[in-house]
Write a protein that binds this ligand. Structure first.
Ligand code: SAH
Length: 235
């Protein structure tokens, strides 16, 4: 069986979705209206049930134009930012993708529908376990999850065609560059603690690292050996 095929089937069967209209509005008003063009990204954002990735008490706000809190002081990113990251990654159906910062698992679910295989690393075990259950309940099988420090990547499955980092980094972690395939793209928010820019890193035809800087964004910090330290959490 095709690993990704189950994800595509889930929206067609099962009970009617009470949030379908809100999701279609989100796609039109927050994504299309702001310039997201990649048809596969738009289709995925219109299909994946974002409300299943937030606390039931926040379900009614799941399709709003903002980030929302998840557990452990973390957030599920604003829909537009998720779509922008996916578009900048220029995903291909055959790609193997490394994601750092599983969080709720929402972006993981989107990736799972767009590429062949997703490897996702999360440093907070309770988040990872909740994400694992959500993904399983949606019948998504082409994802491997790991508890650990994503600034070190996931060497066992390297090289990756794409690397997406969903937390704010002071710089691009060395291991993530090393684990990116020769013609790959790495998408990462880089900057300080208040705001960052989305950056896309890749190698030129001559093998030199280059990057493009895109719009401003605001992510929770990437905490690990090759990023911010977590002193503030221990004090
Ligand atoms: N894409 C997620 C957004 C999660 S927020 C979603 O759709 O819900 C960023 C996540 O990165 C948080 O869950 C945080 O715990 C995680 N994170 C921060 N530093 C990390 C690291 N070094 N390795 C792995 N995950 C990390």
């Amino acid at each position: 069986m095709e690993p990704g095929s189950l994800t595509n089937g889930t929206a067609r069967c099962g009970p009617p979705d009470p949030h379908g209209a809100a999701r279609r509005r989100m796609v039109e008003e927050q994504l299309v209206a702001r310039g997201i063009r990649d048809p596969r990204v738009l289709e995925g954002m219109g299909r994946v049930p974002r409300h299943r990735f937030v606390d039931p008490a926040l379900e009614a706000r799941a399709y709003g134009d903002h980030a929302l809190p998840i557990a452990e002081g973390q957030t599920i990113s604003q829909p537009y930012i998720v779509a922008r990251m996916l578009e900048l990654a220029r995903l291909e159906p055959r790609d193997r993708v490394l994601e750092i910062g599983t969080g709720s698992g929402y972006q993981t679910a989107l990736l799972a529908g767009l590429v062949e295989r997703v490897f996702s690393v999360e440093r907070m075990d309770p988040l990872l376990r909740a994400a694992e259950q959500r993904l399983a309940s949606l019948g998504i099988r082409n994802v491997a999850l790991r508890h650990g420090d994503g600034t070190l990547g996931w060497q066992d499955h390297a090289p990756y065609d794409r690397v997406l980092v969903a937390a704010a980094a002071p710089r691009v972690p060395e291991a993530l560059r090393a684990q990116l395939g020769e013609r790959g793209f790495l998408v990462i928010p880089v900057g300080g603690s208040q705001f960052q820019h989305l950056e896309v890193w890749f190698r030129s035809a001559e093998g030199q690292w280059e990057h493009q800087r895109h719009g401003e964004c605001r992510f929770v910090p990437l905490v690990g050996r090759d990023a911010w330290n977590d002193e503030h959490e221990e004090s």
